[in-house]
Design a protein around this ligand. Sequence first.
Ligand code: SF4
Length: 261
Amino acid sequence: MMSPGPINGEHPIARHPIRSARIVGDDGEESVVATVYCPLKERSATVPECESCHRFHALHFDAAARTTSVVCHSGPASRGEERADPPRGVGGPVNPEMPLANIMTRDVVCVRPEITVDAISALLVRHGISGMPVVDAEGRPIGMVSRADVLRAAQERGDTGESERLTLRRDEVPPLDMDQGFHVVEPVKTTARDIMTPVVVQMHESASIRQAASLMAYEGIHRLPVTSDDGKVVGILSSLDVLRWLGRCCGYLIPVARKRA
Ligand code: SF4
């Protein structure tokens, strides 16, 4: 682990946390895209792009926060840029122009539309999240699925497997020799595409907190997919992320959330 510090007055060294977008397909395969928000370019840059950049200094692993950052000489502070030394946004002025990239949830789990509802449930539980973007083959958001969508699908499906077995006619032969109390549960064929809410709003990572908070309040949504220049998901902004940012601006030391919103 290295300890970054200022190199000179003109181009202070800065630390940019690496974000990861994990896309899970219907076969369980995962692909991960790692990016940082470059304040100079005001867009996402992949880690290999940073490593070949003349301003790149090192990769920095913060064991306490369990985050890895790109450390580079990215010039004078731009709006809301994170510096290496001060804690992230604690006690600073409330700057509603700060880019979403600085406060959004950086490690986002996405799913492809063909993934089943059961697989979505497992992902929600495993990652301790309450919703996730559904993305196309390019990683662009096409919908959102939430715990509520999964519960609604389960309620609409009902326990049909068991009720079918219990209402067998006398002359009907059960397909399996099962003891009393056991029943067959048919595989769930409902997919993310069937239950998702189509994406109607999303925001570029350089958009401001002011814009995002207003849009979320106006649309009545708790999660907003955040995208890069090419339209791919690089993060997700939840209403809790905005509240955490506000609390930190007011001087409260709020730890990184264990559960993502
Ligand atoms: S290394 Fe270069 S591309 Fe990466 S964040 Fe720094 S200035 Fe931007």
